[in-house]
Design a protein around this ligand. Structure first.
Ligand code: HEC
Length: 195
């Protein structure tokens, strides 16, 4: 199977691969940006949607109420962002320490990256993988604990009533004990490509 793992710095290799496959020339000026841009835009859109909902919920009812809002709205928002992309695209989030089992990696490659010690706060990965028997781009970008607000629900010292609520909604929760600056997970995009 032809497979290549390309970190950001090695993107030129991928460009050769994909441009050969797709038979469409990749514009030569700033080619790295050209390939990554739609993926970056898709995950920015998901990030903005989730952030907006979280901020609204925290303002309205504090973290206890916001947990329920996250539980009810995070997946529908994710689905909406996926649906707004080109056919066959999947936009999602995952983590090495999951809270929501629905965010479990969809492929071995996604799992391998998120569980790798090499996946750090500035990681951005583009790789060609097989998904459902078809070649796809797998794009991943780190999600970091970049704001103290995250620590309310993912930190090392969670208030007892919040911890109880989290355990009630997510009995298998692993997504606590984080500190500011830690990698919390990743945005993930799958996009079918021509071969
Ligand atoms: C009010 C509580 C709360 C706050 C604050 C919060 N989260 Fe979460 N987080 C949750 C809940 C509940 C889930 C599970 C629901 C979902 O999003 O799928 C979750 C899921 C996630 C996931 C998806 C992976 C998984 O484990 O399921 C990521 C990534 C994440 N949070 C990152 C963050 C970051 C980064 C911040 C700070 C900007 C943050 N969270 C703030 C409650 C919170």
């Amino acid at each position: 199977m032809r497979r290549s793992i390309i970190h950001f710095s090695l993107l030129s290799l991928l460009l050769v691969l994909t441009s050969a496959c797709e038979k469409t020339p990749v514009p030569s000026e700033d080619p790295d940006q050209t390939v990554l841009m739609p993926y970056r835009e898709a995950v920015q859109s998901l990030g903005a949607g989730l952030k907006g909902e979280l901020q609204k919920a925290m303002k309205a009812g504090g973290p206890l109420a916001a947990i329920e809002v996250c539980q009810q709205k995070a997946l529908p928002i994710t689905q909406d962002v996926s649906n707004a992309q080109a056919d066959g695209w999947i936009v999602r989030r995952t983590s090495a320490k999951l809270r929501n089992p629905a965010n479990t990696p969809l492929t071995e490659q996604e799992a391998a990256h998120i569980n790798s010690a090499d996946f750090t706060a500035d990681s951005e990965i583009l790789e060609v993988v097989q998904k459902d028997g078809k070649p796809h781009h797998l794009y991943m970008k780190a999600i970091n604990v970049n704001n103290p607000v995250c620590l309310n629900c993912h930190g090392a010292d969670i208030k007892p009533e919040l911890a109880a609520k989290i355990n009630q909604l997510y009995p298998m929760d692993k997504a606590t004990g984080y500190q500011l600056g830690d990698v919390r997970g990743a945005f993930v995009v799958y996009a079918p490509i021509e071969e």
